[in-house]
Design a binder for this molecule. Structure first.
Ligand SMILES: [Zn+2]
Length: 448
């Protein structure tokens, strides 16, 4: 009863809001009295939190933000007018069109179309912009993209710092339809293990920038939930809001914006007392004690998909942890995913089920053996001996490159970095390129 009346009140507010604003695209919020802000979209159980314990800075100076900052599913939404009034740029609002000039950026934001244009190019916003209390709100990720800002996160001290990007980004355009295509998949990206510090997420974004700047499309096998039962750890970024988790989601958005393709690498990549990233999750190996039941498999698949939906992360493929999954369960995966990364097949396999097609893509060249010994000679040898027509596909744990990245901050806190050209990933990319291989996206492999 109570729940229903609450919903009615919310719907009423939404209707009123839409009439008042004359908008049908934007989100409208109302405080329901409990301090929680409800979102007008379908996720009525999710909460839009007001955030007031985080400091935002621009070029080292603290921003005085009087309007509320919101956090929803680990994405911040910031009041544009409030922030822009403190920056040395210009901000002009004309109806639903906003022109912003700041540093090297000169952009036009179209709130109704949820897009912005810079030069001749038009980009969609990741999250819908909206109005609340006379302010225009955009997500932090969109804000940083629109104005080409670098974002530096300090979760322990609750500070988020914006800087004008000092890096010269001149991305090479990917080569389309090459004769020797290759695939790279960044493996086991998760809010745990090596990805638990702001610095390492920054390094992840630097790896992503390196690939993007070199015109290399790539995939990322993302594990939605980190569980380590023996240490009592359970990090579910789809359900737990925190500054660090927001940094992780920001990094996922960053990956997508830089030609990365995200896939679901199981739900927790473990079962029972095993740790995420190390355990198996699906039945198929006698080495792991995983329930051999369709209902269990179904639940894990649903959980992974639901996490991506809650966080609004676009995913393209599925990859079973350690590729372990009984063949008889694959039809359940095929129903939900167009692409399954599985095993080390030499070629892309197209499987037709009625009207639905599933592409099986393997990583024949596999990976670098261990972090202590990220010796790439093994991979180079395999590449040299690759037969004609075999897909040059491998996977790589991006944290193997982190020791080759050094981040230094100046007095304002700008995170400059150096990235050794001898890093395992740099060497691999050179090896592939010297042998005439060209990295392509998964989507392109489907169409070949
Ligand atoms: Zn894995």
């Amino acid at each position: 009863m109570h729940k229903h009346s609450n919903r009615m009140v919310i719907l009423l507010f939404i209707a009123m809001g839409l009439i008042l604003l004359g908008l049908d695209y934007c989100f409208v919020f109302q405080d329901n009295g409990s301090g929680q802000i409800k979102l007008s979209q379908t996720l009525e159980s999710s909460q839009m939190e007001k955030v007031n314990d985080i400091q935002f800075t621009f070029e080292g100076t603290t921003l005085k933000i009087d309007a509320p900052i919101y956090l929803y599913a680990n994405r911040f939404f910031i009041p544009l007018e409030n922030v822009m009034s403190q920056l040395q740029g210009s901000y002009n609002k004309n109806g639903n069109s906003i022109t912003i000039i700041l540093g090297k950026s000169n952009v036009n934001l179209d709130i109704l179309k949820n897009s912005y244009s810079s030069g001749n190019q038009v980009f969609l916003l990741k999250k819908n912009a909206f109005y609340s209390d006379g302010m225009t709100y955009v997500s932090l990720f969109d804000f940083s993209r629109i104005l080409d800002l670098k974002v530096s996160w300090d979760s322990p001290n609750k500070v988020v710092s914006f800087f004008e990007n000092r890096e010269e980004v001149k991305a090479k355009a990917p080569i389309v339809n090459p004769t020797k295509p290759a695939l790279i998949r960044l493996e086991d990206f998760i809010a745990g293990y090596r990805y638990t510090t702001d610095e390492n997420l920054e390094k992840m974004r630097i790896v992503v920038d390196y690939l993007y700047n070199n015109g290399i499309p790539f995939s990322v096998a993302w594990i939605p939930r980190y569980v380590d039962p023996l240490k009592g750890l359970d990090v579910d970024i789809a359900k737990q809001n925190s500054l660090f988790n927001a940094n992780f989601v920001y990094t996922l958005d960053y990956i997508t914006a830089k030609n990365g393709t995200i896939g679901l690498h199981g739900y927790t990549h473990q079962y029972g007392n095993t740790r995420s990233g190390s355990g198996a999750e699906f039945p198929g190996s006698p080495n792991y004690n995983v329930p051999n039941k369709p209902k269990y498999v179904q639940e894990r698949l649903e959980n992974a998909i639901e996490s991506a939906h809650r966080l609004d992360i676009d995913y393209t493929f599925f990859e079973a942890p350690h590729y372990i999954i009984k063949p008889e369960y694959l039809h359940m995966v095929e129903k939900r995913f167009d692409i399954i990364y599985q095993g080390n097949a030499k070629k892309v396999i197209k499987k037709r089920n009625g009207n639905h097609i599933t592409w099986y893509i393997g990583a024949y060249l596999e990976f670098i053996p261990s972090e202590e010994d990220a010796d790439i000679s093994h991979l180079r040898k395999r590449l040299d001996n690759l037969e004609d027509g075999v897909l040059a596909s491998f996977f790589f744990h991006p944290c193997f490159d982190f020791d080759d990245i050094v981040i230094t901050k100046d007095s304002k806190g700008y995170p400059a970095y150096t990235y050794s050209e001898d890093s395992p990933l740099h060497q691999i990319v050179r090896d592939f390129s010297e042998r005439g291989y060209v990295f392509v996206s998964l989507e392109e492999m489907k169409n070949r």
